[in-house]
Design a protein around this ligand. Structure first.
Ligand SMILES: Nc1ncnc2c1ncn2[C@@H]1O[C@H](COP(=O)(O)OP(=O)(O)OP(=O)(O)O)[C@@H](O)[C@H]1O
Ligand SMILES: [Mg+2]
Length: 467
């Protein structure tokens, strides 16, 4: 069971009890003797004692007090109480206080050995459990370091993002603001922070702020009481309550109406909130992670996000650069998504041709990683073989040459990319062209551009495109 003999400390003011225990034991164990509490604690401090047989009535300090001190300061030490007080109150009190067994004086040789054997079995189990816990913690850390959660990328900026995820996940309450264009992986990063924090076993809730009606947001977020407004037929828990001990991710925080920004700020500052229709303040234990695709300058201007809320939430900022600024991540991501979809679609892609990869590496990816993911998924649906080539990426190889496969996959032609050196202008022209193709149907255009509907809407405002 154990390479080195276990260590037993006997605490009793009666020499005869020491002798009786010692002569009863038929196990190879190192015995230490203490006749009063002070000496016992010296031994506990100096030796790694495994078990204590402790008398209940000692001069100066009773067994109950000694037991409490041992539980608090030497939690790995297992204590068997020994006493002639065999009333149920004493026994139950000792067990409740953390003793693992109770030996009634006078005791038999057998009962001493049975107590010790039971303690030894428990000790082995505890040691195994401790080892497993340490191993799990180490593995979790290693995995986090190596994999950097599921955020894939080896460019220096991707490595920086991964390292920030790991760092901030260790602090329980710090609010985080994740910035980056649409599709750069903001939600993925938020999930990573949650996953590697001690909040991981609890709820992770993601709220797409622009998708929630302003009037509903407050009651969804904070909850409401019955009768607080027409339709409030019963008390309702808000997300803050549902996500207790977990993490709430607020996507596009800049789209939160001003009044709600004020309420959110107050809740974050006081770590308390009130339900709609109630003045009762309820404490909450939820980490808030927010995201925005606004630039730092736009945010600092206070036009979309109140400056005070920005400073409150931006205790820790993680900026994810667009994919076109970390092109060395493209091949790794391509590989990752090929493996991902191979598993899902149960097909085996052996490789991607060099010229196809080159085209992908040179592409501007206005929809960032989401767009790359969608391109790979589509290419894998298109292919009949085991190799992905240029033909499977008509949308990008197209920017100059390829013909569209069908109406839904039309490629944006008619923009002379060589004449446009400004990426924003290229993005604007692409959107205008796609809108023309889709006859101003925004949903279709968003689908074709591989971005979300609201992301397209924001770009229309940004570029002053009227339809
Ligand atoms: N570095 C990455 N490694 C692996 N997958 C990624 C990475 N970045 C993004 N993705 C994937 O790309 C898709 C889009 O990511 P996500 O939804 O997190 O982006 P976002 O920044 O929140 O976008 P939006 O602003 O449109 O809400 C997801 O499927 C995500 O898993
Ligand atoms: Mg998102």
């Amino acid at each position: 069971m154990n390479d080195t003999p276990f260590k037993l400390l006997i605490i009793d003011d009666d020499e005869i009890i020491h002798e009786m225990i010692k002569s009863s034991l038929n196990t190879d164990i190192t015995i230490y003797n203490a006749y009063e509490a002070k000496h016992a604690f010296e031994i506990l401090n100096d030796q790694s004692i495994d078990f204590v047989f402790c008398d209940y009535s000692l001069p100066g300090m009773n067994g109950h007090q000694i037991l409490s001190i041992i539980r608090e300061n030497f939690p790995d030490v297992l204590v068997v109480m020994v006493s002639s007080h065999t009333d149920s109150d004493t026994i139950i009190g000792a067990m409740r206080n953390g003793a693992i067994d109770f030996l009634c004086k006078p005791f038999s040789t057998d009962s001493v050995n049975i107590s010790l054997e039971r303690a030894m079995r428990m000790k082995v189990l505890f040691n195994d459990l401790n080892r497993l816990n340490k191993q799990t913690a180490r593995l979790k850390d290693d995995l986090a370091e190596i994999e950097g959660v599921s955020f894939i990328g080896e460019s220096s900026s991707a490595k920086q993002v991964k390292s920030l995820i790991i760092k901030v996940s260790k602090s329980r309450d710090t609010s985080v603001l994740i910035t980056g264009e649409s599709g750069t992986g903001k939600e993925l990063v938020a999930k990573g922070i949650h996953q590697f924090s001690e909040r991981a076993p609890f709820y992770f809730g993601a709220v797409n702020t622009p998708a929630i009606q302003d009037t509903l947001f407050e009651s969804e977020f904070f909850g409401h009481t019955k009768g607080s407004f027409t339709g409030a037929v019963a008390d309702k828990a808000g997300w803050l309550e549902v996500a207790n001990k977990g993490t709430m991710f607020l996507d596009e925080i800049g789209d939160l109406p001003e009044m709600l920004q004020v309420k959110l700020l107050r809740a974050l500052e006081e770590r308390k909130y009130s339900k709609v229709g109630s003045s009762k303040e309820i404490p909450f234990d939820v980490r808030i992670i927010a995201a925005t695709n606004k630039t730092k300058e736009e945010l600092a201007s206070g036009k979309t996000l109140r400056t005070d809320l920005y400073h409150r939430i931006a205790a820790f900022i993680i900026n994810i650069p667009p994919l076109r600024e970390r092109r060395e991540d493209i091949p790794i991501l391509v590989n990752h998504f090929i493996n991902h979809f191979s598993g899902k679609m149960r097909i085996k892609i052996e490789r991607i041709e060099k010229d196809a990869l080159k085209e992908l590496s040179n592409y501007s990816f206005p929809g960032n990683v989401r767009e790359l993911r969608n391109l790979i998924e589509r290419a894998m649906i298109l292919t009949d073989g085991k190799i992905l080539g240029k033909a499977h990426f008509p949308d990008i190889c197209s920017q100059s040459t390829t013909q569209p496969i069908d109406g839904s996959n039309q490629i944006v032609t008619g923009i002379d990319c060589c004449d446009i050196y400004d990426l924003e202008e290229l993005e604007k022209q692409t959107i205008i062209k796609v809108l023309q193709i889709c006859e101003n149907n925004k949903s279709k255009a968003a689908q074709m551009l591989n971005i979300k509907w609201n992301a397209l809407d924001r770009r229309l405002t940004k570029f002053n495109i009227e339809i």
